[in-house]
Each structure stands twice: as structure tokens, then as C-alpha cells.
Design a protein around this ligand. Structure first.
Ligand code: SAH
Length: 250
């Protein structure tokens, strides 16, 4: 049996053209694919390939399973959407590696990057991340809400554009409204807010509203929310406007 390996891979935001050739190659050589159900569904079945779809919120179990299979000689691809290092499986695998047997430290493990949702959404709208920005995961499953709120407040104070991942879920219907309330408290202007849903898929929808009009129910769990800095602006033109942040700050 050939030596096992583990490739923690990003499938990009959804569009087939945005899967990198490196990830396509790893999938072609894999014996096992592990990941959250809708991401594994994006991998074409073939003889010799075992698909292991699992429910969300079991990242550590999934990571441990992947490490165990690779240690037994399997060629394992763990799939995430977007980039595996951005609020996804790569960190989960390394948490499991740290907690596991020392032999796992000798495994051949690679992280294969993908196009993260923030960059895909930004490209669709123009260049809202053209100056300094930060990314915040609005899910408070793994951290207290007080920390989320503090980071939003400080990001607004530093005048970053802010990309919000996981803005809303059925379990947390009010978090995005709470985030907007913190932002309106910190920023009294009409900076644009981009709601980019299911970017690069057939269900893609983009919407831009000024911060005072932004509401939580404009997003769902497939939406990326990008709040501009004080300098982010729109270029109006026929068709969709261009949203961008100039490269310089005064
Ligand atoms: N690793 C992923 C992010 C996982 S968190 C990445 O790098 O993109 C999941 C969140 O990503 C979703 O709640 C949503 O906010 C965002 N997201 C993922 N795919 C998206 C897409 N095609 N369009 C808009 N947002 C997306």
C-alpha cells in the first residue's frame, strides 16, 4: 500500500471554474473524501473513491477520522467550501493533530488553498476590500458574543472595511441585527453594506444598501456581508453600480 496522505482542500465559493487545478488533482488521486454534506456533494463519485459526508458541527470528529484514515494508508481529501484555512477544516485538523498520538505528526499533510467567499463576493461587487479590512466570523458557537461585539466596535473605530462570515442562521436569527446596531452606534454615516448571496452559483444575488437601512433579514447562512469603511463608495452607471474602497486614506 502506498503511503497515506491528507490534503485539506478548499473547493472555492461554488462555481466549478473556481476550483483550483491543484485541488482537482488531489481529488483525482484520493481514496476518501471527508466533509460537511453539501461540500462532499460537490465531489463527483467514481469507482475507488469513498465519500464520507457528515453533519455540521462535528468538525473535530471529522478531523480525527481523516487523520486516522491517512495514518492507515488512505489518500484523504478533507473538503471545505472557499478556503480551508478560513473558518473551516484546516484549523480543526491541526487541533485534532495536536491532541492525537505523536505518530500523526509524521503524516504527509498539505493545505490546498481555495478562493474564500469574501474575495469572491468582493470581486463580484467591485473592490470593497481595496484598502485595509478585517474578517469576522459572526457565529458565536466557538466564542462569546461579548468578544464578537468588542471586535466589531474596534474594527469600526480603526475604520476597517469588515467582511462578516456566518452572518445568520436559524439558531441565531438576531446576531446580524445586533452587529448592525453596534456599527450604527460607532459609525454615524451612510457607508454601503454589501449582501452577497450564493456568489458564483446560479442562486447568486447581490444587494447594496446604506448602513442605516441594513437589516439582519437581508442575509441568510449563504450570504457574505461586507460593510464598507468610511471611504467605501459606489460608482453609479447603467446596470449594477461598482462598489469600491480607494487604496489610500487621508
Ligand atoms: N471556508 C469558507 C467559509 C466557511 S464559513 C470560505 O473560505 O469561504 C461559511 C460562510 O461563508 C457562510 O455563512 C457565508 O457567510 C460564507 N459563504 C460561503 N460560500 C459563500 C458564497 N458562495 N457566497 C456568499 N457567501 C458564502
Amino acid at each position: 500500500m502506498s503511503a497515506g496522505w491528507l490534503a485539506i482542500s478548499g473547493l472555492g465559493p461554488g462555481g466549478g471554474a473556481l476550483v483550483t487545478p491543484e485541488v482537482t488533482d488531489a481529488l483525482a488521486q484520493a481514496t476518501d473524501v471527508i466533509g460537511y454534506i453539501p461540500y462532499v456533494a460537490r465531489v463527483a463519485p467514481r469507482p475507488g473513491l469513498t465519500l464520507h459526508p457528515s453533519d455540521n458541527r462535528v468538525e473535530l470528529d471529522r478531523a480525527t477520522h481523516a487523520l486516522r484514515l491517512a495514518a492507515q494508508g488512505a489518500r484523504v481529501v478533507v473538503v471545505s467550501s472557499g478556503d480551508p484555512g478560513v473558518f473551516a477544516m484546516a484549523a480543526a485538523v491541526f487541533e485534532a493533530l495536536e491532541a492525537g498520538p505523536p505518530a500523526w505528526g509524521l503524516l504527509d499533510i498539505r493545505v490546498l488553498p481555495g478562493i474564500t467567499a469574501m474575495l469572491a463576493a468582493s470581486a463580484r461587487a467591485g473592490a470593497p476590500l481595496g484598502h485595509d479590512f478585517c474578517a469576522i466570523n459572526l457565529s458565536d458557537n466557538l466564542k462569546p458574543w461579548s468578544l464578537v461585539e468588542r471586535r466589531i466596535r474596534l474594527a469600526a473605530e480603526a475604520d476597517f472595511a469588515i467582511a462578516f462570515y456566518n452572518p445568520r442562521s436559524r439558531a441565531r436569527p438576531d446576531d446580524l441585527d445586533r452587529a448592525f446596531a453596534v456599527l450604527r452606534d460607532a459609525c454615524a454615516d451612510r457607508r454601503p453594506v454589501l449582501f452577497a448571496r450564493a456568489v458564483t452559483t446560479p442562486e447568486e444575488v447581490l444587494r447594496i444598501v446604506p448602513l442605516p437601512d441594513a437589516r439582519g433579514d437581508m442575509a441568510d447562512m449563504r450570504t457574505m456581508v461586507i460593510v464598507g469603511s468610511s471611504r467605501t463608495r459606489l460608482i453609479d452607471r447603467p446596470g449594477a453600480p461598482i462598489l469600491y474602497t480607494p487604496r489610500s486614506a487621508p
